[in-house]
Ligand binder design. Structure first.
Ligand code: GLU
Length: 380
């Protein structure tokens, strides 16, 4: 069954958690070597691998004399600056010993939020793959502040999966997979081998478990699996500390937890609108507008808008909200705030008379609009 699910996988994103390649004393060279060797076996089979590797902060903090998690942002950034070089050097050494090359790709959320930079990052990664080089991605921790953070590398790995249109996401964690209860707190907890759909019941099982080294816990992994699922790909969570785990996965061994892709996938562009592009403002939509967008799969016209909140320019992403401020969709807007203020509530035929010009009838065209209700799945 697993073998059949993985048979089509050629391009895979592999996320490596901090707890898999480092411990409280810093980077575990042996772990990096053994995982890299395992990855080289996938490359031998002709697969393309994009690594998203955490561990910079926990590898570097020792040199600053920090025990436990660094507390302040400058401490984390300094630790990451030190640790990132160690990690890349170690990967490079192991891959090169097996005649493969690696490249470092450091990203901020802003890089993926801006469509031009997003496409540029995509071109770079694709070019590296064409040359047979394995990109090793991490968040550019040394420069990020809260507004431009991905937050955690689980999320980053899901966005990268969409960026490179990978066939699968594998998350290497320091636990065996997804359990029905927190295995650290409850020895009776059972591993769930396959999750067909990430429902709220599944999310409740994820709880708020946090690893001691990385940023995310099971919740961020579920979110990543959900986002990858909406790109049309499955996610596997396995224990990165088990020997040769990747070779075993592709030999069909039933290890870890496999999350099936969503039934209706978003196009790569809609996925980018929903998760990578940062929304700048809110449009408040009346009941008629909500019905048209949610139930009838239509574009948003000026008549449906009854309020605005926040500033935005033409081409920015905005949230579409109910009168109570509940978001139900996101989309790229064709008019600026100043223009929307003049045309909201009006008929399409009036746009040109009011503004003196018209880009189009739709304020948010359906091609650039994604529903975020219904468990974030498109209904049209
Ligand atoms: N970028 C961080 C690091 O390399 C890790 C973030 C995470 O644990 O998700 O240390």
């Amino acid at each position: 069954m697993r073998k059949a699910l993985l048979a089509h996988v050629k391009r895979v994103v592999i996320k490596i958690g901090s707890g898999v390649i480092s411990n409280d004393a810093g980077l575990e060279d042996d772990q990096v070597t053994s995982i890299s060797t395992d990855i080289c076996r996938l490359l031998d089979r002709g697969m393309e691998v994009i690594l998203v590797s955490s561990g910079a902060i926990s590898a570097g903090k020792g040199q600053l004399g920090i025990i436990g998690k660094p507390q302040t942002i400058p401490q984390k950034q300094a630790a990451a600056a030190i640790g990132q070089t160690q990690i890349i050097l170690k990967y490079k050494e192991t891959f090169q010993a097996q005649k493969y090359n690696v490249a470092q790709v450091l990203l901020t959320r802003d890089d993926l939020s801006n469509r031009r930079r997003y496409l540029n990052a995509r071109n770079t990664v694709m070019t590296l793959l064409e040359y047979g080089v394995t990109p090793i991605v991490n968040e550019n921790d040394t420069v990020v502040v809260d507004e431009i953070r991905f937050g955690d590398n689980d999320n980053l790995s899901a966005l990268v999966t969409n960026l490179v249109e990978a066939d699968m996401l594998i998350i290497l964690s320091d636990v065996d997979g997804f359990y029905n209860q927190d295995p650290l707190e409850n020895p009776q907890a059972e591993l769930i081998p396959v999750v067909e759909r990430i429902t709220s019941a599944i999310e409740a099982m994820g709880g708020n478990s946090h690893g001691s080294l990385g940023t995310g816990g099971m919740n961020t992994k579920l979110k990543a699996a959900k986002r990858a699922g909406l790109s049309g790909v499955g996610t596997l969570i396995v224990n990165g500390r088990s020997a040769n785990i990747l070779s075993r996965v592709f030999a069909g061994e039933e290890v870890g937890t496999y999350f099936l892709p969503a039934q209706s996938k978003l196009t790569a562009k809609k996925h980018w609108i929903a998760f990578s592009k940062k929304p700048r403002g809110k449009l408040i939509i009346d009941e008629g507008g909500q019905t048209a967008v949610i139930k009838r799969g239509k574009s948003l016209l000026p008549a449906g808008i009854c309020g605005v909140d926040g500033g935005f320019e033409r081409g920015d992403a905005v949230r579409l909200c109910t009168r109570d401020g509940e978001e139900f969709a996101r989309g790229v807007i064709s008019y600026s705030l100043a223009e929307v203020l003049q045309i909201m509530g009006k008929q399409c035929a009036e746009i040109e008379k009011i503004l003196g010009y018209k880009y189009r009838d739709e304020v948010v065209c359906r091609d650039n609009l994604v529903l975020t209700v219904e468990d974030e799945e498109e209904v049209d």
